[in-house]
Design a protein around this ligand. Structure first.
Ligand code: URA
Ligand code: CA
Length: 434
């Protein structure tokens, strides 16, 4: 096979065969096909797109480029959830114990945060002592015993995707639906779940700013999952403002505990119920979404969900006494109140800017190896559509020192837009894609 011919074929908009895609990805992973040829190919894909069959082939070739997690020793249908990345997205902390409480095993590999979005591993490490570096054997044993385990990614999953993503990043070919869809799905498929629920965010704080693009991405990912035999569906959800109230690691743990108690913010609670009901239904744990939702509500109300969090934290070496006394979570030295400069209605909360404020406080990483401060972050007291009086509390900043807090306060105020007309809160759930 000839690389130049394959690039030319894609450039002309023709469909590549499975063998041609295999030749490209294997050759690239082995270093036999150089970056300049691969980047010409990704740019051709950017302009010409890929058919669903080509996209599924590319995904599976990237899956085969590295390790694949074998979850077959875990009884039952294993369902994973993936979010395309949001600000203050506390859903995994809630869903892992909640879905397990409903009888569906949760075996989740998670990552650390980078940039303005947080990572589940960082949030879990806010529990003093919590260990996410389990061996695969311990991970599987814990899911079979307890129904839930979360570990950091150790295996070498989808190295070809890492290589290709880095190349796309520097050659202006990230923004291609088939390339994004195959990149995300390859990682989920390699992580071993039988079913995948995707939370595709749309809005100012999301990777996909436009809803129409988010739907296209969701459709491409669902098509890949279905073609390769994984039950897959997607929820399109709003990321024009942060989810819930808390943005920051320990602050989000506290928010998750409140939510599992049934006392969480309405938007976070609703998204967890929607995603959780899809996970339970996909796993066959309920006959329909209505029944699944009812079951999840019951597990919140009777304390079972919180009890699962307690046992899950203890099993991974964490101090679960913080569930009864959140005051023992890591906390920031300085807390300042950000108040409204004038009366009005909150008409926008720039999620990305708020995520960057939290990062500046130390809640997130600007580079991969930076360290983070679990105690710092932002708690929003008003969300889009809320009315405020002059001087009323808009948000609290939790910071390591006062100087830092005051710097971030100015940026945060710019991220909170006040108008004088009533506005509707943006709808949280935009669409379901199956
Ligand atoms: N996230 C990914 O994992 N891959 C992409 O291509 C884009 C976003
Ligand atoms: Ca939150």
């Amino acid at each position: 096979m000839n690389t130049v011919e394959i690039i030319r074929k894609k450039r002309e908009g023709d469909e590549l065969t499975s063998e041609e895609i295999q030749f490209l990805i294997r050759g690239y992973a082995k270093g036999e096909i150089p970056d300049y040829q691969m980047s010409a190919w990704t740019m051709a894909v950017y302009f010409q797109g890929m058919t669903p069959r080509e996209t599924a082939d590319l995904t599976m070739e990237m899956v085969r480029s590295g390790d694949q997690v074998d979850l077959s020793p875990i009884r039952g249908v294993k369902v994973d959830k993936h979010s395309t990345g949001g600000v203050g997205d506390t859903t995994t902390l809630v869903l892992a114990p909640l879905v397990a409480a409903a009888g569906v095993p949760v075996a989740k590999l998670s990552g650390r945060g980078l940039g303005h979005t947080g990572g589940t591993i960082d949030k879990l490490e806010s529990f003093p002592g919590f260990d996410t570096s389990l061996t695969t054997e311990a991970f599987i044993r814990q899911v079979n015993d307890l129904g839930v385990a979360v570990m950091g990614q150790t295996a070498d999953l989808t190295p070809a995707d890492k290589q290709l993503y880095a190349l796309r990043d520097v050659t202006a070919s990230v923004e291609s639906i088939p390339l994004i869809a195959s990149s995300i799905m390859s990682k989920k498929i390699a992580a071993g779940a039988d079913g995948i629920v995707l939370d595709v965010k749309t809005g100012s704080g999301a990777f996909m700013k436009e809803e129409e693009q988010a739907v296209q991405l969701a459709q491409a990912m669902v098509e890949i999952g279905t073609r390769v035999g994984r039950r897959t569906m997607a929820v399109i959800s709003d990321m024009n403002q942060p989810l819930g109230r808390a943005v920051g690691n320990a602050l989000e743990v506290k928010e998750a505990i409140d939510t599992l108690r049934g006392q969480g913010p309405p938007d976070l609670t609703e998204l967890c119920l929607v995603l959780g009901a899809q996970m339970v239904t996909l796993a066959g744990g309920a006959t329909d979404e209505e029944g699944a939702r009812e079951l999840l509500r019951e597990k919140m109300a009777d304390g079972t969900a919180l009890d699962y969090l307690r046992r899950f934290v203890e099993a991974q070496g964490g101090d679960a006494s913080v569930l009864d006394d959140p005051g023992q979570l890591p906390a920031a030295e300085v807390k300042i109140e950000v108040t409204a400069p004038a009366a009005g209605v909150v008409d926008a909360l720039d999620a990305e800017a708020i995520g960057l404020c939290a990062m500046q406080l130390g809640a997130g990483r600007a580079t991969k190896d930076a360290s983070i401060d679990h105690g710092v972050g932002i708690v929003l007291h008003k969300k889009v559509g809320d009315r405020v009086q002059q001087g009323e509390l808009l948000a609290e900043l939790h910071a390591a020192d006062r100087q830092q807090a005051e710097k971030v306060e100015k940026r945060l105020l710019q991220a909170i837009s006040l108008g004088d007309q009533p506005v509707e809160s943006p709808p949280l759930i935009r669409a379901l894609v199956t």
